[in-house]
Write a protein that binds this ligand. Structure first.
Ligand code: PRP
Length: 216
């Protein structure tokens, strides 16, 4: 029987470094060294499974549209993307951190209109709206910590892990928006049309990480 090629999208950086050992334990590994290569697509030991290496922010988009059948990326990216077009069957419990608001200390909370700089504009819009706070959102692509210092914004929404980056800029974390870890996501259509192969991959990873989730 000929099996369709299945594509698993991984997020480069820390998530990639921490997800490869889990995949290996699940019996899935690239046939060449990902870190020693400029390539973005890799064959695996499983003939009908390939890996692609993306920026974490792009993983939900590839999986939503079925360009990748499965993906591994942070919950922060999923919250920002909105969750359309895919299931989220597994928490890999790797790359843990928190999505938080932060600001300079001793700045009064403004109940008129808070200027918030972030790359997580959708997350921030929802969070501040739920708190009944008016915001002006400024989209940034990095170095959010500079925004309050240079008076671009009152607050930022960003990932906090050790807290060292905030501390290095004299900022303090304020409100927790969400706890973050990496998740396995699966395109909804691939889950139906390619059930046998996709389900086998999910189960082999589930056997490594355990599961808090109901089977799909
Ligand atoms: C994240 C985040 C902070 C830092 C927080 O950046 O944007 O800058 O990590 O970590 P800490 O609390 O341990 O200091 P990352 O290194 O992922 O780079 P990026 O934001 O440019 O993607």
């Amino acid at each position: 029987m000929v099996l369709h090629m299945v594509t698993l999208a991984l997020s480069k950086g820390r998530v990639l470094r921490e997800s490869l050992p889990i995949l290996r334990e699940a019996g899935i590994f690239p046939v060449e060294d990902i870190f020693g290569s400029r390539k973005l697509m890799f064959a695996t030991n499983i003939q009908h499974l390939r890996l692609v290496i993306l920026r974490g922010v792009d993983v939900p988009t590839y999986v939503q549209f079925g360009a990748a059948d499965l993906g591994i990326t942070g919950k922060d990216q999923l919250l920002e993307h909105g969750g359309e077009g895919y299931y989220e069957p597994l928490d890999l419990k790797i790359a843990p951190c928190r999505l938080m608001t932060a600001a300079l200390p001793f700045v009064e909370v403004s109940f008129d209109r808070t200027v918030v700089a972030t790359k997580y504009v959708n997350v921030a819009r929802r969070f501040y709206a739920e708190m009944g706070r008016q915001t002006e959102l400024i989209k940034l692509y990095g170095a959010m910590e500079l925004a309050p210092i240079l008076d671009l914004s009152d607050e930022i929404v960003d990932i906090v892990d050790t807290g060292n980056t905030l501390a290095a800029h004299g900022l303090v974390a304020k409100k927790l928006i969400a706890n973050v870890s990496s998740r396995l996501i699966v395109n909804k259509i691939a889950m139906k049309t390619n059930f046998r192969v996709v389900d086998e991959i999910i189960n082999s990873i589930r056997n490594v990480v355990g599961s808090d989730y109901e089977a799909i």
